[in-house]
Design a protein around this ligand. Structure first.
Ligand code: 5RP
Length: 222
């Protein structure tokens, strides 16, 4: 039986049209989307992709998906991305893979943003998943103390016993705030802090969310 992430990814490919410039998100669900997309590309579909992470760039190249440099265009027709949490207003927490800044830049540039996920990502309220916050390494200890003052419990992300470094050369602070009542206000408070590059709150950005649940598709629209 196909896993739901694969089913959501397959559904998203149906939204891709010939000639599109695509924003390519990051994560395991997007990786399935890339695999499915590459089959269509081999069959003649003409698209060009802008990857939102080095991992996505590597996989897309391996799969033969044509890529262009972001500096070559300011226009993206459609971005397909994953999420860590999705609430009923389609606000998101992203950044589980540490690519939140580039994802936000790419997703915000697209005419349409479609999020693909399995049903485990749907929540009644954001916040069970610790919020990823990308911070400048310089003086990050001060930034962490400031985040604590907002009521968060911050953890510096590590990978293989080393501090995790994003594609932008920054650190990620995973921060538990408990249930988030107002994601927009929380994001605004955090983004105003010196040293904070961006947060994993993607509020009001998703146009559609394709959720696969028990082999079936649910479509949520803005
Ligand atoms: C990476 C992300 C991913 O889209 C998010 O973590 C979902 O990943 P997956 O599809 O593996 O569950 O935001 O920064």
């Amino acid at each position: 039986m196909k896993v739901d992430k694969v089913i959501a990814a397959e559904e998203a490919v149906k939204y891709v049209k010939n000639g599109m410039t695509l924003g390519l998100g990051s994560g395991s669900t997007v990786n399935w989307f890339l695999r499915k997309l590459s089959v269509q590309v081999k069959e003649g579909l003409q698209i060009q992709g802008i990857p939102s992470s080095k991992k996505t760039e590597r996989l897309a190249k391996e799969l033969g998906i044509p890529l262009i440099d972001f500096s070559a265009t300011t226009h993206i027709d459609l971005a397909i991305d994953g999420a860590d949490e999705i609430d009923s207003s389609l606000n998101l927490i992203k950044g589980g893979g540490g690519s939140l800044v580039r994802e936000k830049v790419v997703d915000a540039c697209a005419d349409e943003l479609i999020i693909i996920a399995d049903a485990t990502k749907m929540v009644s309220q954001l916040g069970a998943f610790p919020l990823p916050i990308e911070v400048l390494p310089f003086g990050f200890e001060v930034t962490v103390e400031n985040i604590k003052k907002l009521g968060g419990i911050p953890t510096l992300r590590r990978k293989d016993d080393q501090i995790f470094v994003s594609d932008n050369g920054n650190y990620i602070i995973d921060c538990s705030f408990g249930p988030i009542d107002d994601s927009v206000t929380l994001h605004e408070k955090l983004i105003q802090m010196v040293g904070v590059i961006d947060t994993g709150i993607f509020a009001g950005m998703a146009d559609k969310v394709i959720v696969a649940r028990n082999g079936g598709i649910e479509l949520y629209s803005k």
